[in-house]
Design a protein around this ligand. Structure first.
Ligand SMILES: [Zn+2]
Length: 63
């Protein structure tokens, strides 16, 4: 560490949050899934809709 790093100066810490948007294909209910991990892609597994309880595979959509 350089001497400036040991000084008691305030820092702003930053972290990146990814928010996945989920839309149920059965009832069109929309919800979000936040994650801090780039590798945590919800399209890797199936999900159960919080509203209608339909279990479906998740497919990532390109815009
Ligand atoms: Zn649904």
């Amino acid at each position: 560490m350089s001497p400036s790093d040991t000084a008691d100066t305030p820092k702003i810490t930053v972290s990146k949050e990814i928010i996945w948007h989920m839309t149920c294909g059965s009832c069109s209910y929309y919800w979000t899934v936040p994650t801090m991990s780039e590798a945590d892609n919800p399209a890797r597994r199936s999900w159960t809709c919080p509203l209608c309880a339909t279990k479906s595979d998740a497919v990532e959509q390109d815009f």
